[in-house]
Ligand binder design. Structure first.
Ligand code: BV8
Ligand code: ZN
Length: 255
């Protein structure tokens, strides 16, 4: 998204809500990391992955059927993520966390919120920085082999104790979410004085159900997204802009 450099107008009502909020919950999706160079699920992936649908790849069945393909996808994403940096949106949320209880509940498997300095972060869909044995579940801490060409097949490393293939510590479709992360995310939405929903198409459940908790309690819910989503018409405000332009403008407006 080209940075127009124009100041982004932040509605006065949102500035009031944000100034008064002691507990702020920020629900983030792939759009939060887009301006760090990580493609979102909805944008066509670059290279080989453009012909695959993530919903077909991010499953146990896909891994069983073709472990080299699925592992190669995650090894490529791991390699891509290692060279990315937090963007101004991640940094704005970390700054806001210096003056309020800002709780980040993300669907993303990168660690850009943590690297920007956010200290309260929960990963609803796991992360790319934990790997384990697909068969016995033993944590794997060895090297992650890289595709020898852009996004190709990579045979997964083998488990040291049972010889099973290593898988990423992410939540695949059809898998349960980590209960502590989900419970903390639900509790945060119940405690929140303000909820921001940033960079998510709001399609995948139960993550997409979290804003409903705040809406049900009458807590202000504000969407930050250049496009509209199923949440847009339900939210109390929808800011049509990107994470790296809107969030810094909002935090600057807090004074
Ligand atoms: C579960 C980790 C209980 C892996 C992900 C049938 C059988 C089984 C389950 C289901 C079923 N039917 C429905 C379900 C439930 C299913 C689901 O919701 N399916 C959907 C497709 C309908 N959910 C599950 O399976 C979950 N588990 O329910 O367990 C269970 C168990 C057994 C049986 C039944 C139920 C687990 C879901 C987790 C899947 N793992 N990720 C990996 O990353 O590879 S999901 C993955 O996709 C992401 O984590 C995220 O959640 C989702 C992508 O969504 P977004 O993050 O929103 O990204 P997207 O690209 O879509 O949108 C980007 C947005 O950003 C856009 O709006 C765009 O406009 C905006 N944007 C772009 N640029 C910017 C921007 N915004 C701001 N700034 C910018 N610069
Ligand atoms: Zn094992």
């Amino acid at each position: 998204m080209a940075d127009t450099g124009q100041p982004v107008p932040i509605p006065d009502q949102l500035v009031e809500w944000a100034r008064a909020a002691e507990t702020v919950v920020v629900l983030t999706g792939a759009g939060m990391s887009a301006e760090s160079g990580i493609a979102t699920f909805r944008d066509a992936e670059t290279g080989l992955w453009s012909r695959f649908d993530p919903q077909q790849l991010a499953t146990e069945d896909a891994f069983r059927a073709d472990p080299d393909l699925v592992f190669g996808w995650y090894a490529w994403r791991y390699d891509q993520w290692a060279t990315t940096r937090p963007n101004a949106g991640h940094e704005a949320l970390a700054r806001w966390g210096d003056r309020a209880d800002v709780r980040v509940v993300t669907q993303n498997i990168d660690d850009l919120h943590e690297r920007a300095g956010s200290t309260w972060v929960r990963h609803l869909h796991g992360s790319l920085f934990t790997w384990r044995c697909f068969d016995c579940g033993r944590p794997y801490v060895g090297p992650i082999p890289q595709p020898d060409h852009e996004a190709g097949r990579v045979p997964p490393p083998r488990c040291g104790s049972c010889g099973g293939p290593i898988r990423p510590g992410v939540v695949w479709f059809g898998e349960m979410l980590p209960t502590d992360a989900l419970d903390d995310g639900i509790q945060a939405c119940q405690d929140a004085d303000l909820v921001l929903v940033v960079g998510t198409s709001g399609i995948v459940y139960p993550a997409a159900g979290l804003p409903e908790i705040a809406l049900g309690l009458g807590t202000p819910v504000v969407e930050v997204n250049p496009d509209s989503t199923p949440l847009t018409y339900r939210a109390d405000a929808a800011l049509r802009g990107t994470a790296a332009t809107v969030l810094p403008a909002l935090v600057d407006a807090l004074g």
